[in-house]
Design a protein around this ligand. Sequence first.
Ligand SMILES: [Zn+2]
Length: 214
Amino acid sequence: MNIVILGPPGVGKGTYAGFLSDKYNIPKIGVGDLFRRAIKDETELGKKIKGYVSSGDLVPDEIVIELVKNRLQEDDCKGGFLLDGYPRTVAQAEAMGKFKKIDVALNFVAPDEVIMSRIGGRRTCSKCGAIYHIKNVPPKVEGVCDRCGGSLIQRSDEKPQVIKNRLVVYREKTKPVVDYIRKKGSLADVDAHYDIEEIDKIISQCEKHLEALS
Ligand SMILES: [Zn+2]
């Protein structure tokens, strides 16, 4: 099963992909991790990527495509994979059609308010880095870390206005990709508005889509 994972920041893609990776015994591949590994290993692609990343530029399609293509040709991907963070552009989606068939793209959707409250409720300990959530994982004393007594802060990229912007940018950039894959007939929407205690409801929708393939 060749699976692509789509969805906005904060929708929980990493968590769902982890579940599915364990259940179906296929590797979970994050493009961000591929970047970091290539840079660390100082491969030819890694050196190029480092140049773009350190100057704050987007990594060009042809480099991302080559990196992903190489990774998907490794042995552990023979039985399938879960790909997160690709395709981000229509050019990447078109290129993928030439080297691997996408069986299904799971498109996780949730209303902005849900994502805002998930990310916007996060608090991070300024001393030890422990992560809390004002509603789901509250500290015993408001604003104070249970573990070390450090003060809890809201990260600047998790403030409401910043999250809103990230969602707008995501939608603008990804809409053409989602439309492209939908037209090809391999898009499956997954309603991901449920709370973490109800994650089963999200996973079971994925399983239904995946079982429809076999
Ligand atoms: Zn702490």
